[in-house]
Design a protein around this ligand. Structure first.
Ligand code: PHE
Length: 396
């Protein structure tokens, strides 16, 4: 087991308690040390722990997901809470860094006595924290981690989004049918479970449909220079380039590809979704790029529009992205399970989560299957004149 000094473990610490006014008599855990403060509020409120990448390379994932989650918790509290109690949400930042999430979730359980955990966006970090929740019998709901391994960790681990075998296959179909690509170059992040997995699921789908992966290149998270890989890709002359990665590197890759005179279509998965993608790559470089994701705020669905309006009213007119929508959904699905269970007892909430059927989420009706995953439609987004634009919806 890894040992961290209290100093290390508290670096980047952030605690946010929803509806703080309702916490009279309950000490916000932000001021407490890491050992056994029993005043976690377990008795007077329903304490839920959220771990998120609020800073670092995937900062917008954490920020968006957290805002969606917070909005849901605030709405639930406004509607009277649950089981005669209000919810309190404790949020901690893992700084987009490996190793932090385990420490955070351990503290949630031992110090804050959370009854459930929400998180994370990135599959790798969900996979770090899930064994801790599983062992403690604390249900964990990931809003948007798509790697299949996340929920395979155990029967207390759920997600409210689709998984990458589906996303990889739909991107393979998109490459074949829409981009008319026969030869694709693959550039994936070896340090990310998500990127590596999505790359493999894409390859399976694409080659099964008669396509060929003509060049396969790798990078590592936080790399800044992709010219060597892109030069090799250019020499292989593919019809399109698939970049299953997160927005920081994907943005640089697109920009550098265009600098090298590569005008080919470049596409990715949900990891591309962030306003920063446009800032990093530039709107012009992003012409002829595409990515798949979980939802579009442009949808005319009444549930989507109600959510978009509530989110904009709460967060300075900001338009919620997929992480925000899924963060919101994760809290609502958890609360619905607690309501049906009639208790916050871990085992009973787990059973109720497993029985989730047709729950009306912002991102579509949610049924959790035997593998604790959801099956939902995906959307394809393109970038037009420096703005994200909805292209099509793909049903599971
Ligand atoms: N699906 C990604 C992962 O599993 C995370 C992600 C979700 C990124 C939604 C953007 C939008 O790592």
């Amino acid at each position: 087991m890894m040992k961290l000094s209290p100093d290390t473990s508290r670096r980047g610490f952030l605690t946010l308690v929803a509806a703080a006014a309702l916490l009279a008599g309950c000490k916000p855990s932000g001021g407490s040390g890491s050992g056994g403060d029993a005043a976690g509020g377990g008795a007077s409120t329903i304490v839920v722990g959220e771990f998120a990448s609020l800073t670092g390379t995937e900062a917008t994932f954490g920020k968006s997901s957290h805002e969606g989650t917070l909005l849901a918790i605030e709405e639930l509290n406004k509607a009277g809470g649950l089981l005669g109690k209000q919810f309190s949400l404790i949020t901690e930042d893992n700084r987009s860094t490996a190793g932090e999430s385990v420490t955070i979730v351990k503290k949630f359980i031992s110090r804050d006595h959370v009854v459930a955990v929400l998180g994370e966006v990135a599959s790798g970090r969900s996979m770090e924290a899930a064994p801790v929740c599983q062992q403690a019998g604390i249900p964990m709901v990931s809003p948007s981690s798509t790697n299949p391994k996340v929920t395979e960790i155990g029967d207390y681990i759920f997600r409210v989004c689709f998984i990458d075998p589906f996303q990889g296959k739909l991107l393979a179909d998109f490459a074949t049918k829409t981009l008319k690509a026969k030869k694709v170059a693959l550039l994936s992040d070896v340090s990310s479970a998500y990127s590596d997995g999505l790359g493999r699921f894409f390859r399976e789908g694409f080659t099964a449909g008669g396509g060929e992966i003509i060049s396969e290149q790798k990078y590592t998270s936080k790399d800044k220079d992709f010219k060597a890989q892109l030069t090799a890709i250019k020499a292989a002359s593919p019809d399109a380039i698939f970049v299953p990665g997160y927005y920081t590197e994907a943005g640089l890759i697109v920009a550098q590809a265009r600098q090298l005179g590569i005008t080919l279509p470049i596409f990715g998965g949900d990891g591309w979704e962030a306003p920063e993608l446009i800032q990093i790559a530039g709107g012009e470089a992003l012409a002829n790029t595409y990515y798949s994701t979980h939802y579009s705020p442009e949808s005319s669905d009444a549930r989507v529009q109600t959510f978009v309006k509530a989110f904009q009213a709460r967060f300075n007119g900001e338009t919620p992205d997929a992480m925000a929508a899924l963060g919101y959904d994760s809290a609502m699905v958890l609360a619905d399970a607690m309501k049906r269970a009639g208790t916050t007892d871990g085992a009973k909430v787990r059973d109720a989560l497993a029985a989730t059927k047709d729950y009306p989420c912002v991102t579509g009706k949610t049924t959790l299957d035997a593998a604790r995953n959801a099956s939902k439609a995906a959307v394809i987004i393109t970038v037009k004149d420096g703005k994200f634009k909805y292209l099509e919806t793909i049903q599971p």
